[in-house]
Write a protein that binds this ligand. Structure first.
Ligand SMILES: N[C@@H](CCC(=O)N[C@@H](CS)C(=O)NCC(=O)O)C(=O)O
Length: 266
């Protein structure tokens, strides 16, 4: 029995970051799935652990840790044997700066995913169920944004803005990948782990043309390198149900042209 218990969700981007670092470091953990579509993030017992109603949460022997990037940092501090960041101070600064950037970008992934795919998955819920889902969102601004996303999909202002931000993010990533093929230093680091889920999500939503070889060649190569890591399957692919990926892809295909155009409008 490990001292680490991870409350997470297979497809969740923030959960993937933490699982990639746990696997890089060969750390065993007890896995507790939080079903986001079923609203388990709002379960009062879970909210005691994570008052923000989100995954992931890492419970250690002594404490409860939230915020994916900070959990990743914690794992590197607590288990330094296999490092997840370079050792040179300038490279460490680059990792931290990039992770700060990722933290800002994170807010745009939800609207893109909900606006293109989750909205469609939830269409057969009754109006009462949809309203109950909305009322569970604690922040009134986020609640209103989710309502618009569910109603208007890719035409909701928040989804349009998020797609533009995704294009901007891809330009920044393309500029940040070093000659080594990684984001900071000469190895896979937490900067790469915290970036992967967002690129993969765009891929699952049928938007990988935005980083095809002729368009953003560094991202194209980097994504292949990350997927080739020997722990990638265990940390990522095996945790995401294939029918969900297929559904995201189908819904993504329906709006792909418009979404790709919006992404290049940044
Ligand atoms: N800043 C938080 C964000 C966590 C977050 O937004 N998690 C998403 C999944 S990637 C979530 O749990 N969403 C549930 C919901 O929006 O209801 C972190 O990095 O841990």
């Amino acid at each position: 029995m490990s001292d680490l218990t991870l409350y997470h969700n297979g497809p969740s981007t923030c959960s993937q970051k933490v699982r990639l670092i746990l696997e890089l470091k060969n750390l065993a953990y007890n896995s507790k799935d939080v079903n986001l579509l079923a609203g388990e993030q709002h379960d009062p017992e879970y909210v005691k652990l994570n008052p923000n109603h989100v995954v992931p949460t890492l419970v250690t022997k002594d404490s409860v840790l939230i915020e994916s990037n900070l959990i990743v940092e914690y794992l590197d501090d607590a288990y330094p044997e296999i490092p997840a960041r370079p050792s040179e101070p300038e490279a460490i600064h680059k990792v931290r700066l990039w992770m700060k950037h990722i933290d800002t970008f994170q807010q745009y992934t939800g609207p893109i995913t909900y606006g293109i795919a989750v909205r469609k998955l939830q269409m057969n819920k009754s109006d009462e169920e949809k309203e109950a889902d909305l009322q569970n969102i604690p922040d009134p601004v986020k609640r209103q944004a989710r309502k618009e996303t569910m109603e208007k999909g890719i035409d909701a202002p928040i989804v349009i803005n998020s797609l533009r931000k995704a294009g901007e993010f891809l330009d920044q990533l393309e500029a940040n990948i070093e000659d080594s093929g990684w984001i900071a230093g000469d190895k896979f680091s937490m900067a790469d782990a915290c970036t992967l889920p967002y690129i993969q999500r765009l891929d699952h939503l049928a938007l990988s043309e935005a980083f095809r070889e002729e368009k953003r060649p560094k991202i194209n190569k980097w994504y292949k390198k990350v997927k080739d890591l020997d722990f990638f399957d265990k940390a990522v692919t095996s945790q995401i149900p294939p029918p969900l990926v297929e559904m995201m892809n189908t819904f993504g295909e329906e709006v792909k042209d418009r979404a790709l155009t919006l992404m290049e409008e940044n």
